[in-house]
Design a protein around this ligand. Structure first.
Ligand code: ACO
Length: 329
């Protein structure tokens, strides 16, 4: 197969910052609780008319600039999001049109927080097999529109933003995605869901989870926490074992930013120093599908990833879903 490379990355976050202090004036919470339990200090909130298409387009333009690739060279754009503007058309199709990339293929990918890493895996496979040469992969969310700001158990966690990467073919066949996993367990959908109407409320209860406001994220925090810690450990072990790459050899891990304590558990498992395990949840909160590409862009921009480095992407989210992608840059 051909080699695959991340030729450019970009990020776009809304200007408006919502601090823990701000939240403490909206719900019964405080900075100490949020910081200790989650590691989050602030998150970004989209302006009233700002959509995943707006944020995604800004992030993608930066990625294209960096990659020195014109929009019309894109074969496909995959937009990972759980907050698309409409069910149809896809926000990806709107994004392609906004970028001036018509007639590139377009699809939204729904895998909650795992979405961007799923999309990266698909892009790598399509390029490696020769079916595409340039793919735009975007993670974009306006979660503040689907957060219940009367529910302190969830509203402190989430934020808005977008990140993007241009994935291209590369002459060096050693470069690219070395191993990938994409998993789900739909039996456990109740742990994190976004009900659209009454019929979506679990019949057998899921006590204390549903707060009564439709179109808002419902989450069983404790169960997700346990699931995240155990699943992350198992999938990291599998990815390293099957790829033959040791944790010592990893230059960087870029995980979905769900909760500082979940992340610290994974870092400890890998026995990695803080500088090799990317954490930016303090500044953005959990931005679901946007968190991995935002972190990726920051790491690349700060020069922390070099050619030939082994980089591990890792995410878990609603579905439930979980995924890894191990790259040689
Ligand atoms: N401020 C103050 N107190 C709060 C808040 C808040 N914002 N939220 C909850 N509490 C209270 C609870 O009411 C509870 O009080 P009680 O004991 O009087 O009932 C107490 O704090 C403890 O609540 P728990 O829910 O047990 O707190 P926990 O330590 O589990 O932390 C948290 C909650 C942060 C949500 C944690 O469970 C977590 O991070 N889970 C994972 C969530 C996650 O990562 N979700 C997304 C993953 S998937 C994806 O990314 C989409």
């Amino acid at each position: 197969g051909r080699g695959v490379r991340l030729a450019g990355t970009g990020l776009a976050v809304p200007d408006r910052v919502l601090t823990n202090q701000d939240l403490s004036r909206i719900v019964d919470t405080n900075d100490e609780w949020i910081t200790q339990r989650t590691g989050i200090q602030q998150r970004r909130i989209a302006a009233g008319d700002q959509t995943v298409v707006d944020l995604g387009a800004d992030a993608m333009r930066e990625a294209l600039d960096q990659a020195k690739i014109e929009p019309d060279q894109l074969d496909l754009v995959i937009l990972a999001t759980m907050t698309p503007e409409m069910a149809c058309p896809s926000s990806a199709a709107q994004l392609v049109s906004r970028l001036g990339a018509v007639p590139a293929g377009a699809m939204d990918l729904s895998a909650a927080c795992s979405g961007f890493v799923y999309a990266l895996n698909l892009a790598a496979g399509l390029i490696q097999s020769g079916h595409a040469s340039n793919i735009g992969v975007v993670g974009a969310e306006t979660l503040s529109r689907v957060v219940d700001f009367t529910d302190r158990r969830t509203c402190v966690l989430f934020g808005d933003g977008a990140g993007a990467a241009v994935v291209t073919a590369d002459d060096n066949p050693e470069r690219g995605c070395l191993y990938q996993t994409m998993r789900s367990d739909g039996d456990r959908w109740r742990e994190l869901y976004l009900p659209r109407h009454e019929g979506h409320i679990p019949v057998d209860g899921a006590e204390g989870v549903f707060s009564g406001n439709f179109n808002t994220i419902q989450m069983n925090g404790r169960e997700i926490f346990k699931f995240a810690v155990t699943t992350t450990q198992a999938v990291i072990d599998e990815t390293l074992e099957k790829s033959g790459v040791t944790s010592d050899e990893l230059a960087m891990v870029i995980p979905h930013q769900s909760n500082l304590r979940i992340l610290e558990a994974a870092r400890t498992r890998l026995k990695l120093p803080p500088e090799k395990f990317c954490i930016n949840i303090d500044r953005y909160g959990n931005t679901s599908a946007a968190s991995v590409p935002i972190a990726l862009h920051e790491q690349r921009t700060e020069g922390r990833i070099a050619d030939n480095d082994y980089v591990l992407f890792l995410a878990i989210g609603g579905g439930l879903t979980w995924t890894t992608s191990l790259w040689r840059f």
